[in-house]
Structure formats: C-alpha cells, structure tokens
Design a protein around this ligand. Sequence first.
Ligand SMILES: N[C@@H](CCOP(=O)(O)O)C(=O)O
Length: 406
Amino acid sequence: MPASLPSLGSSFFDDIANQSLADIGFAISHALFKGEIPKLALEELTHQAFPFETPVVELEEGRLGILELFHGPSLAFKDVGARYMAALMSYFARNTDKEVNILVATSGDTGGAVAMGFHNVPGIRVSILYPSGRVSDLQEKQLTTLGGNVQAFEVQGSFDDCQALVKQAFVDKELNQHLSLSSANSINIFRLIPQSFYYVSAYGQVRSCGKPVVFSTPSGNFGNLSAGVLAQRMGLPIDHFVAATNLNRVVPTYLQTGSFDPQASVATISNAMDVGNPSNFVRLTHLFGDSFDQLKQNVSGYYFDDEETRAGMKEVFGQFNYVACPHTAIGILGLQRYLNSITKDAVGVALATAHPSKFKPLVEEVIGQSIDVPERLASLASLPKHSTVIPASYSAFKESLLQTAL
Ligand SMILES: N[C@@H](CCOP(=O)(O)O)C(=O)O
C-alpha cells in the first residue's frame, strides 16, 4: 500500500467528464508520485500507456451501464495495469543494465496483458505460469505465442498452485541472489493504481444523471475491486460496491459469515475468476480499516454458478442485444441483484472485464449466434504454442526458471 493516499478534492471530480483515460491517469499519478517522476516524463508515460479509452455503454438509461475495459491490445481490463507498469518500469530501468525478471501467475487474462505489455521491453524478461487446460484457447495463445522475452510455464495444477509457486519464488533467498524478481500480478501496487483510473473515468461518464453510483466488479483475486476502493479513498464518491464471483465464493461467504476460509479453486466457465485464495483480501480489509462492519456497509457479495452465468449471458443478449463474456455477465447479475434489493434510486455500472471473443465457442453456444473476433486476437489462433510443462512443484519451477533465465 502507498504510505498515504492523496485526497483529490471534489473539484477534481467535477472536471472529469470530458477527460481521456490518459489525462485522468496522469492527474492521479501526479498527485501520487509528486516529485518522484518529472511531470513531463510522467505525462508522456501515461499517454504512452493508454492509447485507448474505457467507455461506459448504457444498457438502461440512468440505471445500468457497462464499463468496457477490453479495448486494449489483449482485450481485457488487465491491459490498463500491465501497460502502465511496463511504461513505469522502463522509465526506472532506463539507466541500468540489470535484467528484471517478472513472474506472473494467471488464470487467463493477466498473462496475455502482461505478455503484450512487456513484449520486447528492454531489460525485462517475463515468465508466465498458467494452469494447464484451465484457460480458454485464445487466452492460451496470447501467452504462449509471442516468444522473445516472454516465456510460458504450463503448470499441471490450478491457478492457486501457480500463484503459490510465484509467491514462494519471491521469498526464496537463494533464487533472489541470482535473479532480480518482480511481479506483474495485483500483489504489486503498481498494477492496482492504474486500475483506479477507470473507476474515475466511468464516474465522469455517468455522473450527469445525478444519482448515487454503484460499481459491480467481477472478482477473482480482488485486485479490481481493491482498485475501486483506492479511488473511493482518494475521494471518488462511490456509493457502493458489488463483489460478484463464480463458485469461488470465499469473499461473498466472508461477507455473510465473517469467516474467511480460502478453498481449493473450482473450475468454472468464468475461468479468469477461478481463484480460491484471493491475494487482495488482506488489502481490501485494510482499506476498510480492518473493520468488518465498514467492509459490509460498502461491499455486497453475490456468487453465481455456471448455469446462472449462462442464463445471465443469454438474458443480457436477449434483453439488450449486448454480448457479454461470462465474467461480465456475473458482474451484471450481481449488480441487478443488488439494485433490486435497495429502495434508493442508483445508477449501476458493471465492469466488462474481457471481450466476449476471448471465449468464442462458449459465447456462441450460449447466445446461438456467431461473434466476430478482433484481428489482433484472431491472428494468434494459427500460431504454434510454446510452453514448458511443469508439475505444480516448487523445485521443478525453480530449476526450470534458472535454466532459462541464467
Ligand atoms: N484473474 C487473473 C488472476 C490473476 O490476478 P491478478 O489480478 O492478481 O493478476 C487472471 O486473469 O490471470
């Protein structure tokens, strides 16, 4: 966590309706990093990171909007954090010749975004761990086809195994003597800070309706929701959050019972959220002063199984002619459930975390229509996959990493 968070002041938010994501990112970064990066360099790097926008598409006027976070290179919200980190790390690495080794665990979307964000960035090598057979075909292509400074480890286990291997590497003294390690998962605060920018941008897009704003965040590792709370802590007047999950429901269960009980992850059709022990739970509770009551007042949790997710995707398509990926559908379902449970009139914004074409066969089967795949994703389909298959064992990972990195 940053030692302190700046208070941006209400006039900051009065002024955001027509600002680009890059402008908002620059303004918040400047408030956070004052003095650490010269203003001009910071402005340049935030604009380099965000050549795309995060538009809110209104499905029901003044009631339901979708914050589309999939207009970046890898077609997922993770592009925002990954590209910002890549720009920032290149800035700090510009005068060193020491190679940084980034280790990343992915359940689907982080891997592709980090691979693309850091591909060919000088002085950086990326190793991505993903659970074999538990990511979509196109997600797998995104992390296994780039080559160069990006390598993929296909782990015979779950996402939680991948995440545990990475975390063990960070505390392995011997490994750290050989390699300079860093993370591009949401345990790294530099992944989360930029994710707060799109909450601000979305608020600017919907605020003219004059209603309290509720955000619904499809959640796995809970970085995305924590980023929203960071924005709230910096003064963004968010009325309420919805934490929407699949059957990996440890946080919704915690919100009901007060007991946090990590579980082995369950495989679902919303695979990017298949996380049994979310890294950011501790950060989320910290942001609410470690007060269960505060957390409960600000966050409502709902979970949905695969059948409900499919029904949600179908209903959103039938009712609004909007094609949602399974994760986004869960966000919409959670939002609708919350909005139906309250008496006040609020506007809800559900975060669309990935482009539906990343899950093309599933989406087409559910909505009964074929969907287009953007060229930047379609072009990967015929490329050969390159991955190193390893068991979910730390010694196997360490040995393989040292062999390739040294
Ligand atoms: N949902 C993620 C899992 C990793 O989460 P992160 O936010 O900590 O990077 C994914 O798609 O890989």
